[in-house]
Write a protein that binds this ligand. Structure first.
Ligand code: GAP
Length: 439
């Protein structure tokens, strides 16, 4: 579909976000907490739909991936074995005059951009948040908030193999919160200190890893296209050797062209046998796998597609935004994929006339059992269509005075604004068909 805008304007998106309830600054009435956000009534539905679309694609539709929901708090030795205590850090420099802190690797200037002051010596800053378990706050009770969900999967590898009887190659998927004390968070929900990840650890026989890396890169890239990101705004970038994480042999990033430039949505890494090997050694538990076909025992290699829920939600939302010419005016519309839209169907009585209300409420009560549905009878029908366009609702169902006679309603489609009339008795089946298969 031809679009008017290539990029969304961030100021307009922030205004839309606040006005319509997508994302809000966290703790706003107390002046806000830096770089933390809350999802409003529409944002939470959009984010739930993104997670559902991911889960459907990597778990429900596959025979070789099972799910997991592991705890955020984990044994502190996990983070020593995984290398995060030693390596999960960014280079930090602090201005000697104003004490502002920056990530050295993201700085172009040699002096403080804020006050032109001199920087002190760079030092490594570990990004893990610390907390204490129980009532005593000493180092023997110190824990970390997980900086990635992946480790919860690695330490459950044997539990899942034994309980699910899965054979290699197979994966474990998980969606959950992760925390990083980022030195320079920013760009709205792109880089925050509390965020959600959706990760798969896909275990393969050593030697099969490179082929599986390619498979996952292709299928994850296709997923973003399938759910509406325009091809020109998505690209794949392979990591240079000096960029690779401490556990990775090879990594591809899927990047989106955000209004401020290209940024990572998801990394697909070949983590080799690093994590299972380290946990085997550190815990003393044998995490090898017995391959019944080859009669060998080995530590599996791991391919890891690791995406950010908040970044994907942000990218789908930004990419859907358009302002289309509409006569002398323009129409703001979110062309969200219909599986991601916060509201699938809006039921709109032509007016608040009391004769229309019973039929309109009946239609609404019927649809809401199956679909995410909103009832809106405030203001003119034209303004209500515009309100639904702006939040990306793919279908409006209008109840008018003819509906009382012919027991039919008008379906109005968001993108083409095409309208057609269908019988109320068939409405659920028709809507299911259109939501599943398109306009
Ligand atoms: N387990 C591998 C891992 O955590 P990562 O590249 O550090 O890899 C994976 O993170 C994804 O998590 C990123 O591609 C990004 O989408 C998301 N992510 C990472 N840090 C984030 C942050 N500070 N704010 C929002 N999302 C973040």
């Amino acid at each position: 579909m031809a679009r008017t805008l290539q990029f969304a304007d961030m100021d307009k998106m922030l205004s839309l976000s606040k006005r319509r309830g997508f994302m809000f600054q966290s703790s706003e009435i107390y002046g806000g907490l830096g770089s933390t956000y809350d999802y409003g009534p529409l944002g939470v539905e959009l984010k739930r739909n993104v997670k559902e679309a991911w889960w459907t694609s990597v778990v429900t539709e596959r025979d070789d991936v099972v799910g997991l929901d592991s705890a955020i708090l984990m044994h502190p030795k996990i983070w020593e074995a995984s290398g995060h205590v030693e390596n999960f850090s960014d280079p930090l420099v602090e201005c000697k005059s104003c004490n502002r802190r920056y990530r050295e690797d993201q700085l172009e200037a040699t002096k403080c951009p804020e006050c032109d002051g001199e920087f002190g010596d760079p030092r490594r800053f570990n990004l893990m948040f610390r907390t204490f378990m129980g009532p005593v706050e000493d180092t023997s009770h110190e824990l970390f908030l997980r900086p990635e969900t992946a480790q919860g999967i690695f330490v459950n590898f044997t539990n899942v193999v034994n309980s699910s009887r899965k054979k290699l190659p197979f994966g474990i998927a998980q969606i959950g919160k992760a925390f990083r004390n980022e030195i320079t968070p920013g760009n709205f929900t792109f880089r925050t200190r509390e965020f959600e990840q959706m990760e798969v650890e896909f275990f393969v026989k050593p030697g099969d890893d490179e082929e599986w890396l390619n498979n996952w890169v292709t299928s994850r890239f296709q997923w973003y296209l399938k759910y509406g990101i325009r091809e020109g705004n998505l690209r794949l970038r392979r990591h240079d050797g000096d960029e690779l994480a401490h556990y990775a042999k090879d990594t591809y990033d899927i990047e989106y062209r955000f209004p401020w430039g290209w940024g990572e949505l998801e990394g697909i890494a070949n983590r080799t046998n690093f994590d299972l090997g380290r946990h085997s050694e550190a815990s003393g538990t044998d995490l090898t796998y017995f391959d019944e076909e080859s009669k060998e025992r080995y530590i599996p290699y791991v391919i890891e597609p690791s995406g950010g829920v908040d970044r994907a939600t942000l990218a789908f939302w930004l990419d859907a935004y358009d302002e289309e010419p509409d006569g002398d005016n323009s129409r703001t519309v979110l062309h969200l994929n219909r599986h991601l839209s916060p509201i699938s169907i809006a039921v709109l009585p032509l007016s608040r006339n009391e004769r229309l209300t019973p039929t309109a409420r009946h239609v609404y009560d019927t649809l809401r059992k199956t679909f995410s549905t909103q009832y809106d009878d405030a203001q003119s029908i034209g303004r209500r269509y515009r309100r639904q366009d702006e939040i990306g609702t793919p279908y409006c169902v209008t109840v008018d005075f003819d509906s009382l006679e012919d027991h039919s309603v008008t379906i109005r489609e968001r993108d083409s604004m095409h309208q057609d009339r269908v019988e109320i008795a068939n409405l659920v089946n028709i809507m299911r068909d259109r939501l599943d298969h398109g306009w």
